[in-house]
Design a protein around this ligand. Structure first.
Ligand code: NAG
Length: 218
């Protein structure tokens, strides 16, 4: 399977909790979402916030760069790469989604895999891999999500950048680590979030990644 042969869709919204300035934006976002035929590609409500999802309304995209399984330890090293599209390829209408950074990487793991993700590193296109400890889980029943925060990605440094992590048993493969709702579709859902500006937050460049890709054996 071509590691890039999957859809990335963009999303543009205020969050439901931070909408004093962006209230209109949120309402509009929710309304448009219900009209949009596409909807979340993996068929889930991840990341459980209303937003507009249209192709080309963010400059960021992500792809499964490599996924290396070690048969002896039963662990994997997973790397997701980022790309930045040219400014003139992006149209977010009235929203600022074409002009964002991202500092948060959210994903939809299996609730059983809370302790499986280790050794998280990010790498900008300008520097060496940097270890990051800001890994959290939000557990609201069905709405279990994971997130890596305090990332410093910008339009300038994200193109060619990456985020990598190790998966250990009992969730030592990306397939096992993925939430049950998308695992059998071969999809791992992610979302990128910008820092809040004007009291609202833009979610930009979420997408779904294959759980397999080219599974290289070490
Ligand atoms: C996977 O991608 C990362 C990030 O670019 C890179 O550092 C690493 O060497 C790659 N691993 C393999 C096995 O190609």
């Amino acid at each position: 399977m071509d590691a890039r042969a999957w859809n990335v869709y963009s999303c543009c919204a205020g969050t439901r909790h931070r909408c004093s300035v962006g209230a209109l934006l949120c309402v509009l976002a929710a309304a448009l979402l219900s009209v949009a035929s596409a909807g979340p590609l993996a068929g889930t409500r991840f990341p459980f916030e209303s937003c507009i999802k249209t192709d080309g309304s963010s400059r960021f995209s992500a792809y499964l760069k490599n996924n290396t399984y070690d048969v002896w330890t039963g662990t994997s090293r997973v790397c997701i790469g980022f790309e930045v599209a040219p400014a003139d390829a992006c149209d977010a209408g009235p929203y600022r989604c074409c002009n964002t950074n991202f500092n948060k990487f959210k994903f939809y793991p299996s609730p059983n895999c809370r302790r499986a993700m280790r050794e998280v590193f990010f790498q900008l296109n300008t520097g060496p891999p940097v270890k990051i400890d800001a890994l959290y889980y939000e557990d609201e029943g069905e709405e279990f999500i994971g997130k890596v925060t305090t990332l410093p990605f910008t339009l300038e440094n994200a193109d060619g950048g990456s985020i990598c992590w190790t998966l250990v048993p009992p969730c030592g493969t990306l397939y096992e680590f993925t939430h049950e709702a998308t695992r059998d579709k071969g999809l791992f859902e992610i979302a990128l979030y910008d820092r809040k500006v004007d009291n609202y937050e833009v979610r930009t460049g979420p997408g779904v990644l294959p759980t397999g890709g080219r599974l290289e054996r070490r």
